[in-house]
Design a protein around this ligand. Structure first.
Ligand code: SF4
Length: 332
């Protein structure tokens, strides 16, 4: 799974690095000065690296917690995101990370304590205002948990601050830390979903939709708050039937009381990343299909986007109150 391990010299004795190394006993790490010397190298091939990714253990030095764009949120007045990791185990065809980074290697920032400090500062500055922290922007929040211990570290911190929600965004069914903890009322476990028939074609390496729904159902029955993320909405043959079936399957298995929020997001790519993404996936039907330039984004035409949004919203209203619906269009 991991080709090579790189470690920044400055953190070679960090306890989290030592504990991660115990999980890769047969690997001989290479020590480097800065993660960027490996991660930002020129002439890397993202697609080849995706098959043999390396793990780079680093420490983040600045900008631990950032503001999301204005149109990104799930109900609270303040919204931030933070990235303890760059890149992801999965390989979704629409993933913008392949356009953002020149490397498919995983960068894991081990200095969780510095993220924690800045999160606490934000919470304390905002006093009793409700705030959401999004954790799965540059990676999947749970897919690398066995190595990173990210959720295990951060959930007990959030438990102490009920006015601060944390969203774990995932497609993973490896949710062991959640199965072994009491649900935390300010944690939203948000699963990305799309119809099975479409996911089979574009959600490469990710758990099947059926497995994701079963995991959601188990977490829901324990009392974890669930977010449903139909993002991106994918157009294609029979899309109306496929989405109707998906919603029916999801709500058949999940107690509606535990749904925290539902978001619908259009398929969208920042214009400057799209060229790179399509050059790496020249045979992708998804990327060549009916996408147009709209402002600084590549997306479906306004007509398709609006039709999908209103059709899906209409169906979802049968299952859930509209107050739980949010539209997250930001690519921050
Ligand atoms: S799960 Fe998310 S972060 Fe991972 S490859 Fe898919 S879209 Fe990208």
């Amino acid at each position: 799974m991991i080709n090579q391990i790189y470690i920044e010299n400055e953190i070679k004795d960090h306890p989290r690095v030592q504990s991660i190394l115990k999980k890769f006993k047969r690997k001989n790490p290479i020590f480097i000065d800065k993660y960027a010397s490996v991660f930002n190298k020129k002439n890397q091939n993202f697609r080849i690296q995706k098959k043999y990714p390396s793990l780079i253990l680093s420490q983040k030095k600045t900008s631990y917690v950032l503001k999301t764009p204005a149109d990104f949120g799930i109900g609270n007045s303040h919204n931030f995101y933070f990235s303890h990791m760059y890149n992801c185990l999965y390989d979704c065809e629409y993933c913008f990370l392949q356009g953002m980074y020149s490397s498919a290697d995983y960068v894991l920032f081990v200095n969780f304590e510095d993220f924690e400090e800045e999160i606490k500062e934000k919470i304390s500055f905002l006093k009793n205002d409700k705030v959401t922290f999004f954790s799965g922007y540059d990676c999947d929040s749970l897919a690398f948990e066995k190595v990173s211990g990210f959720v295990k570290y951060f959930l007990p911190i959030f438990k102490k601050f009920p006015n601060a929600d944390i969203e774990l965004r995932t497609k993973s069914t490896q949710v062991d830390p959640l199965f072994s903890m009491e649900p935390i009322s300010n944690c939203v476990v948000a699963f990305s979903l799309m119809p099975t028939e479409i996911a089979k074609k574009v959600d490469h390496k990710a758990p099947s939709i059926e497995k994701r729904i079963n995991t959601i159902s188990e977490l829901a029955s324990m009392g974890w708050k669930i977010g449903l993320r139909f993002d991106p909405l994918i157009h294609g043959e029979n899309w109306k039937i496929l989405y109707s079936n998906l919603f029916e399957n999801v709500f058949k298995k999940i107690d509606k009381k535990v749904i925290h929020s539902i978001t619908l997001g259009p398929l969208r790519f920042p214009k400057n990343m799209f060229k790179k993404i399509i050059s790496m996936n020249p045979k992708s039907k998804l990327l060549s299909d009916t996408l147009v330039l709209r402002g600084n984004k590549i997306s479906y035409s306004n007509g398709i986007e609006q039709e999908m949004q209103s059709f899906c919203t209409g169906l979802l209203k049968d299952y859930s109150p509209e107050t739980l619906f949010f539209s997250c269009k930001g690519n921050f």
